[in-house]
Unconditional design. Structure first.
Length: 669
C-alpha cells in the first residue's frame, strides 16, 4: 500500500474508533490496539511530512505553547439557565410554559446537568474552527488549541449533510476514572491532589501547554446549539438535532430522555436521581427543555435565561465526619476566617478534608467544637461547609474553638469587629494580607491582568519582584529578572507585561474596587467613581460629602476616608498614578424610564438563579443603583438564603424586600 493510501486508511480507522468510543459508547478495539494505529500513523507522517494535514488525529497537540487566550464574541449569547429545587417549582415551570404556548401540544427533552465547563464549538465546512468558553455569556476565551487536544471532540465531522456553519454548546468535563487516575499520579509525585473535577477542568483548559490537556482525559458532551447555517430541514426538535450531532461524530449524552409531559419528566428526575451516584461523571441535576425549536421561539427569553428550559438541581450532598482541628486563614483586609479540618470523607465523589466555618458567629451558632461529629455539605456541589453538629454524640474531651488573639501569619495583635463576628489582623504589612491583596488586585473582576494568577503572584513575591501594586507596573523595567523565573519563557513574560500594560486603561471604579478597601467593593466603588469622576475629586471630599452619594452609608464613607488619609492609601494612589494607571471614570448614559430607574438596591444572601454580579449588572443596566449596605436611602433589598443582619435592618427601616422572582417581576413591569 502506498504511504498516502495507508495514511488515509489509518485516519479513517482512528476517527471511526473515536466515534465508536465517545459517541456510540461501543468500542471495538482495546486502548492498546488504538495506540498502535495512532503510532503507525505518526511514524508515517514523520517519514512523509508532505502527507501531514491540520485535521489529522496526530495533530491534536501542536507541540507549541499557547501565548494566551484571546477574547471572542459569541454570535449568539450563551445564556444562563434558571434553577428549580422541588417538584412544585418544576410543575410551576410547566404551567408557565403551557400558558405561554396557549395549550398547543409540546413535549420535553431532558439532559443531565454535567458539572464541567460550558463551551461553544464552531465547525465551518465540517472542520473545527473555534472553541470558546462561556465567559460572561457574550464574550468568552478562545481555547481552540486546548480543545483540539480532547479526543472526544472531532476535528472533522463525519458523514455528509452537515451545515456550512455549526455551533454546538456543551460541557467539557473530567470523568471520575480519569480524574482519580491523575490524582493518584500526582500524589505519587508529591504533588497536591485536585479538589474536584469541575475546578480542575477549568484550570486544565487554562493551561498554556495543550499537551497537559491531552494527558488528562477530559471529554466533551453537547447539549445545545448556537448559530447553524443553513438549518437542517429535518431537525425541528432538540431530539432530532441531537441525533444529527451523533451522526456527525459529536457526543451527546446517552442519558438524554424525551418526555411526553411533566409527569414523565418528574419520573425521570427520580429515576436519574437513583442512579446519579454511580454515574461516571459529576452531575448536580437535569436540564428540562421544550423540545420543538418553533415553540422555543414563541416562548423567548428574559434578559438572562430562556423561558423554554429550567434546571432541576438535586439536594446538596452531605456526609458526617469528625472535626479534628481548626486552621485560620488571613484575607486581603486582614479578616481571619476559621476553616474546619476533619477526618477525610467521601462527598459528591471527592475526598474532602477541610470545610468553611465562615466566621466566629457561625461557630457560636452551630456550637461546634473540636472532636464533634459534624455534617459536611457541598454547597452547589463545589464548596464544602459545616452545616450541622450532632451534639448528642459530643465526646467528653471536645475542645472549644478559640478566637485567635494574634495573627496566625505574622503574630500581630488582632482586633474584633463591634458585633464580634470577625477578628482582623491589624498589620497592613502582614505577608498573608500582602499576598491576598495582590492576588485580588490582579483578578479578572478587578484589574483583570492576564497571566497574573495566584501562582504567578506568589512566584513574584517569593523572588522579591513585587511588594506593592505599583511594583507590578515596574516589572517592564525588570524583564530580565522575569526571564530568570522557572518555567516563565519569553512569550509568557511578554504576555504578563502586556496584561499589566492593558490594565492601566481600566476605569476608576475598577481601580478603587481593586484596592481591598473595607466596605468599598465593586458596587460602592462604581457609585463613588460615577459621582466624583476622578481621583482628585475623591481625595478632596470629606466623609460627609462621600456619604451624600445615594447608596453609600456612613460605614463605607468613613472607611474610604480613613484609608485615603492614611500613609498607605495616599502612597498607593500616587504610586499607581505615577505608573500611568487611569484615574478617571467615563460617563455612561443610563435609562431615563423604567420600574427601577433611580432606585437603590442592596443584594444579600445566597442566590439561586443569579450570580451576585449578574443581578447587580441587571440593576445597573436598567437604571438602578447598587449599594453594599442597607440604609434609610435603600428602596429594595433583594434577598437570597441566609440573608442575616441586612434583612433584619431592612425590616427595621421598612425597606421593601424582594425574592429573586419578585425582582424579575419588578424588572419586567
Amino acid at each position: 500500500m502506498k504511504p498516502a493510501d495507508e495514511v488515509a486508511s489509518l485516519r479513517e480507522q482512528i476517527r471511526r474508533h473515536d466515534y465508536l468510543y465517545y459517541v456510540v459508547a461501543e468500542p471495538e478495539i482495546s486502548d492498546r490496539d488504538y495506540d498502535k494505529l495512532l503510532r503507525r500513523l505518526r511514524d508515517l507522517e514523520d517519514a512523509h511530512p508532505d502527507l501531514i494535514t491540520p485535521d489529522s488525529p496526530t495533530r491534536r497537540v501542536s507541540g507549541e505553547a499557547i501565548e494566551g487566550f484571546a477574547h471572542v464574541d459569541h454570535a449568539l449569547p450563551m445564556m444562563s439557565v434558571d434553577n428549580t429545587y422541588s417538584e412544585e417549582e418544576l410543575r410551576d415551570f410547566d404551567r408557565r410554559v403551557r400558558k405561554l404556548l396557549e395549550d398547543r401540544p409540546f413535549d420535553y427533552v431532558v439532559d443531565p446537568k454535567i458539572d464541567g465547563v460550558a463551551v461553544s464549538l464552531r465547525f465551518e465546512k465540517g472542520r473545527l474552527a473555534l472553541a470558546a468558553t462561556r465567559g460572561d455569556g457574550r464574550v468568552g476565551d478562545d481555547i481552540t488549541a486546548n480543545v483540539r487536544a480532547i479526543r472526544s471532540v472531532p476535528l472533522t465531522l463525519r458523514g455528509k449533510g452537515h451545515p456550512d456553519v455549526l455551533e454546538t454548546r456543551g460541557e467539557i468535563f473530567w470523568p471520575w476514572a480519569a480524574f482519580h487516575a491523575v490524582n493518584e499520579k500526582r500524589e505519587e509525585g508529591g504533588l497536591a491532589r485536585f479538589a474536584n473535577p469541575r475546578n480542575a477542568t477549568t484550570g486544565t483548559l487554562k493551561q498554556l501547554d495543550p499537551s497537559v490537556v491531552a494527558e488528562r482525559g477530559l471529554q466533551f458532551v453537547a447539549h445545545g446549539f448556537g448559530v447553524i447555517e443553513p438549518w437542517p430541514r429535518d431537525a425541528g426538535t432538540h431530539s432530532e438535532m441531537s441525533a444529527l450531532l451523533r451522526e456527525w461524530g459529536i457526543p451527546v449524552s446517552s442519558a438524554q430522555r424525551r418526555c411526553a409531559g411533566i409527569d414523565a419528566v418528574w419520573a425521570f428526575v427520580n429515576e436519574f436521581g437513583a442512579m446519579r451516584a454511580n454515574l461516571p461523571y459529576e452531575t448536580d441535576g437535569l436540564v428540562v427543555k421544550v423540545n420543538a425549536f418553533d415553540a422555543r421561539d414563541q416562548l423567548g427569553a428574559t434578559s438572562r435565561a430562556p423561558r423554554w428550559c429550567i434546571a432541576y438541581k438535586y439536594a446538596a450532598a452531605q456526609a458526617q465526619t469528625r472535626l479534628i482541628g481548626v486552621d485560620y486563614q488571613v484575607g486581603k483586609t486582614g479578616q481571619i476566617t476559621p476553616r474546619a479540618r476533619f477526618e477525610p470523607v467521601l462527598l459528591a465523589g471527592t475526598t474532602v478534608r477541610h470545610a468553611s466555618l465562615h466566621n466566629f458567629d457561625q461557630v457560636d451558632r452551630l456550637d461546634v467544637r473540636i472532636g464533634d461529629l459534624v455534617t459536611i455539605e457541598k454547597a452547589g456541589e463545589i464548596i464544602p461547609q459545616v452545616v450541622a453538629v450532632d451534639h448528642d454524640a459530643r465526646p467528653a474531651d471536645a475542645q472549644m474553638i478559640e478566637r485567635p488573639t494574634r495573627c496566625p501569619e505574622c503574630g500581630a495583635p488582632v482586633e474584633k469587629d463591634p458585633d464580634g463576628v470577625y477578628v482582623r489582623c491589624v498589620n497592613p504589612a502582614c505577608p498573608a494580607q500582602v499576598r491576598e491583596r495582590l492576588i485580588y488586585f490582579c483578578g479578572r473582576d478587578q484589574m483583570d491582568i492576564e497571566g497574573a494568577g495566584e501562582k504567578m503572584v506568589e512566584i513574584l513575591l517569593d523572588h522579591g519582584l513585587v511588594r506593592t501594586y505599583a511594583d507590578l507596573y515596574r516589572l517592564a523595567d525588570r524583564r530580565d529578572g522575569l526571564l530568570q523565573l522557572e518555567r516563565l519563557g519569553e512569550k509568557s513574560a511578554d504576555n504578563l507585561l502586556e496584561g499589566i500594560e492593558r490594565s492601566k486603561r481600566q476605569p476608576l471604579a475598577r481601580v478603587l474596587a481593586s484596592l481591598a478597601i473595607r466596605h468599598i467593593g465593586a458596587s460602592n466603588a462604581e457609585l463613588i467613581a460615577n459621582h466624583f469622576g476622578d481621583i482628585d475629586a475623591i481625595l478632596g471630599a470629606d466623609s460627609e460629602a462621600i456619604q451624600e452619594i445615594d447608596g453609600i452609608g456612613p460605614e463605607a464613607a468613613a472607611s474610604l476616608r480613613k484609608w485615603l488619609d492614611g500613609d498607605t492609601g495616599r502612597s498607593v494612589i500616587e504610586g499607581l498614578r505615577a505608573a500611568g494607571v487611569n484615574m478617571t471614570q467615563p460617563r455612561s448614559a443610563t435609562p431615563t424610564s423604567g420600574a427601577i430607574v433611580g432606585k437603590s438596591f442592596v443584594v444579600t444572601g445566597t442566590l439561586e438563579k443569579y450570580k451576585r454580579s449578574e443581578i447587580e449588572g441587571l440593576i445597573k443596566q436598567n437604571g438602578g443603583k447598587v449599594a453594599s449596605s442597607v440604609s434609610k436611602k435603600t428602596d429594595f433589598l433583594v434577598v437570597g438564603a441566609d440573608a442575616g443582619s441586612k434583612l433584619e435592618k431592612a425590616r427595621s427601616l421598612g425597606v421593601t424586600t424582594l425574592t429573586e422572582t419578585e425582582f424579575e417581576r419588578l424588572l419586567s413591569s
